[in-house]
Design a protein around this ligand. Structure first.
Ligand SMILES: C[S@@+](CC[C@H](N)C(=O)[O-])C[C@H]1O[C@@H](n2cnc3c(N)ncnc32)[C@H](O)[C@@H]1O
Length: 371
């Protein structure tokens, strides 16, 4: 079998990505599909200091790739996934914050941007928020104090930004107790504790009354939701009449006419990413649009921003290959290391068009037009 090794280098370390040699004794179709099964970290002296073999996920595992709306939010599979998500972010959030700051999402770049510095990436993460608001038609907050819910809030970067921008009141929810605590700490430190607050809660059973929020914000949390239908219906439930819903999320490509599922190699690639990042079934952008359409919402729009996020993952990998990044990664723990080692799979997924970075927005009809 022909094998190709891909190497990503920084002055301190390089990352060598090569196929696991399963050979004729142990044929594994996945190894011939993804070139990134075996991962080695190498010093400039060509000494290998870390070797990691990604396990191929069994295709009979619980995460199916195309979301079929089976409600499994109460199942033990969901409980297990929930625990994994919480632990993953408990473990990795301070590392992320130390290197990247308080936004745990992609940056938005001009297509074909090259030579981007770390401070440009931080600017691009803010731009992501601004572009999302612009896409949803939200350039100003209106006269009354706006109420915002940040669904899957991380350490609260979006909430604090939105609170400052719109003088809004924000409530954030996350599965990670460490994130909720850090988000509240940062709010306090920035004099925003009277405006923003964070708690541990499940996006699929939000602790809020119906119709509370003028802006329902989900920045890169939807991909963790095992039941997209329930997720969307919760977003719609807590939105106020006239309120906006903004979902920015990872999707798989839309299926072609006549296609019933992704191709097997695409499914296998996504399964490996699911395993590393604690993700359940993926769905397409078209699927989100359909779910929103089932709720009689207005102004439903979507866009593919994959080209605008292209510089992001190479930059994250580069930052992990600095000495600070690498030692922090080793200290963070196995879940974080496994996530980091799956990052090249995201690049592969985007390059091959399997993964799409999507925005989907809509508005809940105001009372006058809905009654
Ligand atoms: C990639 S981070 C994004 C964080 C934040 N939105 C940002 O842009 O900085 C994903 C977030 O989704 C949260 N999350 C995942 N599943 C969730 C669920 N069912 N309920 C609440 N939060 C969830 C995680 O705890 C984490 O905070």
């Amino acid at each position: 079998m022909m094998t190709t090794t891909t190497t990503i280098s920084s002055p301190t370390l390089s990352l060598s990505l090569s196929p696991t040699c399963h050979s004729r004794f142990h044929p594994n179709p996945i190894s011939s599909i993804s070139p990134f099964n075996k991962i080695k970290l190498i010093t400039p002296q060509r000494r290998s200091i870390f070797t990691f073999t990604m396990e191929a996920v069994d295709s009979s595992s619980s995460s199916s790739i195309s979301n079929n709306n089976n409600s499994n939010s109460n199942s033990s599979v969901w409980k297990q996934l929930q625990k994994g998500i919480a632990e993953f972010y408990d473990e990795s959030s301070s590392l992320w914050e130390n290197i990247w700051g308080d936004h745990m999402h992609h940056g938005f770049y001009d297509p074909d941007s090259t030579q981007v510095s770390l401070s440009d990436h931080t600017t691009a993460q803010i731009r992501m928020i601004e572009e999302a608001l612009r896409f949803a038609g939200m350039t100003s907050g209106g006269d009354d104090e706006m109420e915002v819910v940040d669904v899957g809030c991380g350490i609260g970067g979006s909430s604090r930004y939105l609170a400052n921008k719109f003088n809004a009141k924000c409530e954030g929810i996350t599965l990670s107790p460490v994130q909720a605590q850090r988000a509240n700490q940062l709010a306090f430190a920035q004099g925003l504790a009277h405006k923003v607050s964070f708690q541990v809660a499940d996006a699929l059973e939000q602790p809020f009354e119906d119709g509370k929020f003028d802006l329902v914000w989900s920045m890169e949390s939807g991909e963790h939701m095992p039941d997209k239908q329930k997720f969307v219906s919760e977003l719609v439930r807590v939105a106020a009449p006239g309120g906006r819903i903004i979902i920015v999320t990872w999707c798989h490509r839309d299926l072609e006419e006549g296609e019933e599922s992704l191709q097997e190699w695409e499914q296998n690639l996504l399964k490996k990413i699911c395993d590393a990042f604690y993700l359940p079934a993926w769905c397409s952008t078209a699927h989100y649009v359909k779910l929103l359409q089932s709720h009689s919402l207005e102004d439903i729009k979507s866009a593919d921003w994959s080209a605008n996020v292209a510089p992001f993952w190479p930059a994250v990998i580069k930052s992990a290959l600095t000495w600070k990044g690498f030692t922090s990664l080793l200290r963070a723990g196995m879940k974080t290391i496994k996530g980091a080692l799956a990052m090249p799979l995201m690049i592969e997924g985007f390059k091959k068009g399997v993964i799409k970075f999507s925005i989907i927005t809509c508005r809940k009809p105001p009372l006058s037009s809905s009654s």
